[in-house]
Design a protein around this ligand. Structure first.
Ligand code: NI
Length: 178
């Protein structure tokens, strides 16, 4: 297993649309294992393949407190969403350090395939419902900050680009002293 590099907003590759998975082979299992390891290491509650620059419809989620209930969703679809909405403070491994409220349906029913290609359905509320919808957005090339006002989004963009420049500069310094 290996840790994968997580793309950071505003990387344009976060806006690519993921393709359907059609082959359920060892390579897919390896991707799922690497994504799970990357999510647990970060640590985060969910990760979409888009975030590790793999543009296939694969999501891993674990919202348990014990961090031992890995859920894998391949080619996920929302088949039902409640009319009731809920505002939840969301964060994202691709938008480090930023949390803001996003309103989404409070409950959803999702249909997906497991890593063997077997279909299943899950009815979710609370954090799991938020997480499924947030990760499915990633597969469509959408990052949660796109629900915020343009003003907020630009502030976040500026902050993250500045952090990235500082990070690159400190890396240069380290390599210069070697
Ligand atoms: Ni995210």
């Amino acid at each position: 297993m290996s840790l994968l590099n997580i793309l950071r907003y505003p990387d344009p590759r976060l806006h690519k649309t993921a393709q359907l998975v059609t082959v359920f082979d060892a390579r897919l299992k390896q991707l799922v294992a690497d994504m799970a390891e990357t999510m647990y290491d970060a640590p985060g509650v969910g990760l979409a393949a888009t975030q590790v620059d793999v543009h296939r419809q694969v999501i891993v989620i674990d919202v348990s407190e014990t961090r031992d209930e890995l859920r894998v969703f391949i080619n996920p679809e929302i088949v039902w969403a409640s009319e009731e909405k809920r505002l939840y403070d969301e964060g994202c491994l691709s938008v480090p350090g930023i949390y803001d409220g996003v309103e989404r349906p409070a409950r959803v029913r999702a249909r997906a395939l497991d890593v063997e290609g077997k279909p299943f359905e899950v009815e979710a509320d609370g954090l799991l419902a938020v997480c499924i919808q947030h990760e499915m957005d990633h597969l469509k090339g959408k990052v949660f900050v796109e629900y915020l006002s343009p003003l907020k989004r630009n502030r976040i963009k500026t902050k993250l680009l500045k952090e990235e420049r500082e990070l690159a500069r400190s890396r240069e310094k380290v390599s210069a002293t070697r």
